[in-house]
Design a protein around this ligand. Structure first.
Ligand SMILES: Cc1cc2nc3c(=O)[nH]c(=O)nc-3n(C[C@H](O)[C@H](O)[C@H](O)COP(=O)(O)OP(=O)(O)OC[C@H]3O[C@@H](n4cnc5c(N)ncnc54)[C@H](O)[C@@H]3O)c2cc1C
Length: 393
């Protein structure tokens, strides 16, 4: 262990952000852009693929089941567009999103209601032929219905993360990677102890993704979050380009959601994930003992591809790993410490945190600096989540 840096301890930051995933990088970017003296600490050497924000792509969409997320989207699109302009980097591909449902579930009806209320362009598809028009080389079955969210985009995840971090530094922020936070000592000035030094700040934002409980529990916060290992599979096209021009799709099968992206991340390979939480892990042992174990999500996807995507080889050619950090209702937590209001945090992003990062960052900054939040924070607090989780049991 290095000796603590006395100069760092004498400096007082306005905010220290812990964790440089998409939530922390967006928070730090906003804080520095507002002119606050901000330090962003990341335990691993950047870039890394051990958290939840890495990889080539993520989806941004209006088609949510809950209005409170859809209502944030217009501002979200604005921030993402601004980031693209500021960094002069192409971050998006406009693809649209095809939601596939069955008469036995109300997935399509729920999304259509939200799309209509948001007055955003969409199309309802009441017959399987309608779906085939949008994804001709897939068959979703005779009872499939759907809708298209025409505003949905694929974002280049790794590039977005880097752009937030680069712009943070460009606005005067200080980024330390390879520096792990070991302890947070609350107070009017919060002390943050790392493996390399000690720092003080007027506020701290904790955005540690799958590692959140490890930092929140010692300061008395126990959000009900679980960390799940997820396999992301890439299936090879039999004829290159078959699935490159089509929308992202989310199919709500009777056994859970399958999500597929056009074959552009790695040309010739279509990305698919199955939203089925089967492998709870400690984030520091994500891949431990996994080899040789039958992987439920991969086996499911192989059968799914065989059945619905004749233009793909049914054995995944590439498998990448990521982690979801989920709450029991799969709703996100953005809150402040009930005793130390200068400690704020976001966790349990439940597989939907990438697109939300600009707003998560904005709200964390507003709370850290004692301002009114732009959106009603009540539904995102730990207290609300615990109440909703109880009523669900
Ligand atoms: C397969 C997959 C597909 C997804 N698809 C979508 C999608 O299409 N759309 C969407 O909106 N969302 C999607 N998500 C969800 C989204 O990617 C996550 O919600 C989001 O990336 C979470 O970001 P985070 O910053 O909270 O966590 P992370 O990215 O894990 O960042 C946390 C960071 O904190 C650091 N850290 C932890 N502890 C410490 C410490 N003690 N000291 C210093 N640093 C520390 C970690 O090293 C890490 O870098 C997907 C997720 C997965 C896994």
């Amino acid at each position: 262990m290095d000796f603590p840096d006395i100069h760092s301890f004498n400096q007082i930051y306005d905010c220290i952000v812990i964790g440089a995933g998409i939530e922390g990088s967006s928070t730090a970017y906003r804080s520095a852009k507002l002119g606050y003296k901000t330090l962003l600490l990341e335990q691993f050497c950047l870039p890394h693929s051990r958290g939840s924000s890495h990889g080539p792509s993520r989806l941004i969409r209006f088609a949510h089941s809950k209005m409170r997320y859809a209502e944030m989207m217009p501002e979200m699109y604005d921030v993402w567009n601004r980031l693209e302009e500021e960094s002069n980097t192409k971050l998006f591909q406009k693809t649209g999103l095809l939601i596939v449902g069955r008469p036995s579930n109300n997935v399509v009806a729920e999304r259509v209601k939200v799309l209509k209320a948001m007055k955003t362009p969409y199309e309802e598809l009441t017959h399987p032929q309608g779906l085939q028009r949008h994804l001709p080389d897939a068959t979703f079955g005779p009872d499939a219905i759907g809708c298209i969210d025409k505003m949905a985009l694929v974002v280049r995840a790794d590039k977005c993360l880097k752009c937030f971090q680069d712009q943070f530094v460009a606005h005067g922020g200080i980024l330390h990677d390879e520096e792990k936070v070991l302890e947070i000592l609350p107070g009017t000035l919060v002390t943050v102890v790392t493996n390399k030094g000690k720092y003080r700040a007027k506020s701290v934002a904790i955005t540690a993704g799958p590692w959140s409980s490890k930092l929140l529990n010692p300061i008395g916060l126990e959000p009900p979050i679980k960390v799940w290992r997820v396999n992301v599979c890439f299936f090879k096209e039999r004829s290159i380009g078959t699935y490159s021009k089509w929308p992202v799709f989310i199919d709500s099968t009777d056994s859970g959601f399958v999500c597929g992206f056009p074959s552009n991340d790695y040309p010739g390979y279509m990305k698919m994930g199955y939203h089925h939480l089967w492998k709870e892990v400690d984030p520091d042992e994500r891949d431990y003992k996994i080899h040789g174990e039958s992987q439920v999500d991969i086996e499911f996807l192989k059968k799914y591809v065989r059945r619905h995507f004749p233009g793909l080889e049914a054995e995944p050619a590439i498998v990448e790993t990521c982690m979801y950090t989920c709450t029991p209702t799969e709703e996100i937590i953005i809150d402040r410490h009930p005793v130390y209001s200068n400690i704020v945090y976001a966790c349990g992003l439940s597989g939907q945190g990438f697109k939300l990062a600009p707003i998560v960052g904005k709200m964390l900054c507003e709370m850290a600096y004692g301002k009114q939040t732009s959106y009603d924070i009540t539904p995102f607090t730990l207290k609300s989540l615990l109440a909703r989780s109880k009523s669900k049991l």
